[in-house]
Design a protein around this ligand. Structure first.
Ligand SMILES: [Zn+2]
Length: 236
């Protein structure tokens, strides 16, 4: 395991975040993960972070848990062929996180723009999907915008928060189709944490059955010591 932060993430807090987020909206799951990394930061403050900064911190947590290398797959929208995507997340999320707000000249007047946060995304989440982009833009620009002004404001927001949408230009070798694939780090890390949670519970199950230890005690073992006991149990 590659540990980049100052301390390893406790298995028990990872399992707790997974249990808490399982029944929740993906936006709340991302917050639950951030709280694992920063338990001392109030959740309201985490929810106010610009999405790009949220994702930069999610990647940092992911590095501490699983290392910086990301390997994902994407399906070609034309033919369904699965393509591998592999990259070092530091090249993507290690860069400039942007500035949370700024003034842009749009339609001949100055408009104050502010990068969207989790709070904004939660506010627009109940709306029909096709209404969300305009509603989000209105929150970030302070007023509803249309036409070229809307395009300019969207471009301005992408400048302010460049990490808020990470995408890759892909080309399918099977059919030659080309497209842009969005990489959703929150969903990606959540799936990885789910896999880790399942593995932890299997380990707890095996050790509790073999030794009669309590779950909390098993989870507080270091990964190395847990693995050593598991191999002893496997030896029989
Ligand atoms: Zn294809």
């Amino acid at each position: 395991m590659i540990v980049m932060g100052s301390a390893a993430i406790a298995a028990a807090s990872l399992l707790q975040a997974w249990e808490q987020g399982e029944r929740q909206h993906p936006l709340h799951r991302a917050l639950a993960l951030l709280q694992v990394a920063e338990p001392q930061t109030p959740v309201e403050a985490l929810a106010d972070l610009p999405i790009g900064e949220r994702d930069r911190r999610l990647f940092s947590l992911r590095s501490r848990l699983f290392g910086p290398r990301v390997e994902a797959v994407a399906a070609c929208p034309e033919c369904g062929e699965m393509l591998d995507i592999a990259f070092d997340g530091r090249d993507v999320f290690g860069g400039d996180a942007g500035t949370p707000s700024g003034v842009r000249v749009i339609g001949g007047r100055e408009l104050a723009l502010r990068a969207a946060s989790t709070v904004d995304l939660l506010e627009i989440a109940p709306l029909p999907v096709h209404e969300r982009p305009a509603a989000l833009l209105a929150r970030c620009a302070g007023e509803p915008l249309d036409g070229p002004e809307r395009d300019a404001a969207e471009a301005g927001l992408a400048e302010l928060d460049p990490l808020s949408e990470v995408s890759f230009a892909l080309r399918c070798e099977a059919c030659g189709g080309a497209w842009s694939e969005i990489f959703d780090i929150a969903a990606f890390v959540w799936a990885e944490v789910g896999d880790r949670a399942q593995r932890l519970m299997r380990e707890v199950h095996a050790l509790a059955r073999a030794y009669g230890w309590r779950e909390a005690d098993i989870l507080s073992l270091s990964p190395r010591r847990r693995a050593a006991y598991l191999s002893l149990v496997a030896e029989g």
